[in-house]
Write a protein that binds this ligand. Structure first.
Ligand SMILES: [Zn+2]
Length: 93
């Protein structure tokens, strides 16, 4: 029995969505760099890159905190989330 591949969630649609989001954020960041008043979306970019890395490492969809599978509806609402619903609540305080 291999623990490596979770088989959950279906990665392909999330990968497409995250890659699209990354392109958007990267072009936003490029624009922001030429405008001193603009805010560079570094936080979002980092979350997005880390989510793509988790997909590459076959760890996507697993909560970084408790190790449980993140609820599919929660992933759909925010594909960059590294935590399940309960742990996100904890991290928010
Ligand atoms: Zn969790």
């Amino acid at each position: 029995m291999s623990q490596k591949s979770l088989g959950y969630p279906p990665l392909a649609p999330f990968r497409v969505e995250l890659e699209t989001l990354y392109q958007q954020l990267a072009s936003e960041a490029r624009l922001a760099m030429s405008d001193p008043r603009a805010v560079i979306p570094l936080h979002d970019l980092r979350r997005c890159v880390q989510a793509l890395e988790r997909i590459g490492a076959d760890q996507y969809g697993r909560c970084l905190d408790c190790g449980e599978c993140i609820e599919l509806s929660f992933l759909k609402a925010d594909p960059t989330t590294p935590y399940c619903m309960a742990c996100t609540g904890k991290h928010l305080g």
